[in-house]
Design a protein around this ligand. Structure first.
Ligand code: TXA
Ligand code: MG
Length: 345
């Protein structure tokens, strides 16, 4: 299959809309990462997402809503009661934006979207191209990140093409994604809301609306597997080159390795070194994270080492992705690097 990469304009948006209404998949920009979209109420279209990505059908998708009003989603059978009052408050505080809410599934949502779960993930994205397309299709779009299953999420059209080129008919090229990491996923199914995936909208921000800062469940800290989101596999977002988390920032990079520094404003960066943020701000680090991991991955190195992420509002999201992307830790013992795979004791 030939994959067309088009800049968004009235003609390409109409073409994308026609494809989506005809049950095809289209890769689209969102403010977080690129998504592989299909008509969210068309089971056959949704199945094409799973086959293009090689994603197991047990990993449910997010529905991107055409408008930020949860009452409309309820009236149109996308979500169902009981919807806690706080869901409406969260939607009005953070939509459009990178917050996904897990709510009871409405009767119109195909089981393919939710992997047979009684709940559904919904968000209203902020990217103008995603918004325009949603209002043209006038239906929810199911869209996971537009990468092969288990791989690094794409944050520009070129990365989508590297992942899915030849497997999908069209990529809408809306430039680089602003946020760079996937949306915060908050479950509202139980009386106590919990974060299933940290993102740009922080636990503290959510706490201001919820009245209490929600807990972040992670693959690492959570012992009750049944509480986990089905897609929250511990290994995810991973480069092909083994990635190790450096336990403290000691700049000593041996040949054959890629070393990712958190911050550096040096003009000359050696080819075996990558930098997340020249100015040291967490927003830029998040924007660059997946692009830098992809670049490091493409160098044919034996391993990638990445420095610790300093504390900031975005640190839980960045650390979560790196924890999942890595296979172990790296420590400089003063003479050489000791690489230790997780579960190798
Ligand atoms: O920022 C984002 O959220 C991007 C853009 C494209 O919107 N999408 C994204 O989708 O990251 P995906 O499929 O890569 O991740 C969706 C996450 C998965 O971890 C999945 O398990 C979880 O949301 N999820 C979906 N439905 C769920 C449900 N009913 N209950 C619990 N978790 C759910
Ligand atoms: Mg994903």
């Amino acid at each position: 299959m030939q994959t067309e990469i088009l800049r968004p304009d009235p003609k390409s948006l109409q073409k994308a809309t026609d494809l989506l209404l005809a049950g095809e998949v289209v890769a689209i920009p969102t403010e977080t990462v690129y998504g592989l979209a299909a008509h969210g109420l068309n089971a056959q279209a949704v199945r094409k997402i799973f086959s293009a990505k090689g994603r197991p059908s047990t990993d449910p998708l997010i529905l991107h809503l055409p408008n930020p009003d949860l009452k409309t989603a309820l009236a149109t059978g996308i979500v169902a009661e009981p919807i806690p009052e706080v869901a409406y408050q969260l939607a009005s505080a953070f939509w459009p934006g990178p917050l996904t809410l897990i709510l009871p599934k409405g009767p119109k949502v195909p089981e393919e979207v939710t992997s047979d779960l009684p709940s559904v993930a919904v968000r209203h994205p902020a990217h103008p191209v995603a918004q325009e397309l949603l209002s043209m299709v006038n239906a929810p779009l199911a869209a996971p990140s537009a990468n092969r299953f288990g791989r690094i999420s794409p944050t520009d059209a070129k990365a989508v093409d590297d992942e899915l080129g030849g497997r999908i008919p069209m990529i809408l090229d809306g430039g680089s994604c602003q946020t760079g990491v996937e949306s915060t996923v908050l479950s509202l199914l139980n009386p106590e809301p919990v974060i299933l995936r940290p993102g740009k909208i922080t636990a503290e921000q959510l706490g201001r609306v919820l009245g209490k800062t929600p807990r972040i469940l992670s693959a690492k800290t959570n012992t009750d597997q049944s509480m986990l989101s089905p897609g929250m596999l511990e290994s995810h977002y991973a480069p092909a080159t083994p990635l190790y988390l450096v336990d403290q920032s000691i700049i000593h990079f041996p040949a054959g390795f890629q070393y990712i520094q958190y911050a550096s404003n040096e003009k000359e960066i050696s080819p075996n070194r990558q930098v997340l943020t020249p100015v040291g701000d967490p927003e830029t680090a998040a924007q660059n994270l997946y692009r830098v991991l992809r670049k490091a991955d493409a160098q044919g190195a034996q391993a990638i080492l990445i420095e610790p992420i300093p504390d900031s509002a975005l640190a839980p999201a960045l650390r979560d992705r790196l924890q999942r992307a890595s296979i172990g830790t790296a420590r400089w013992d003063g003479i050489s690097w000791i690489l230790k795979r997780r579960n190798e004791y």
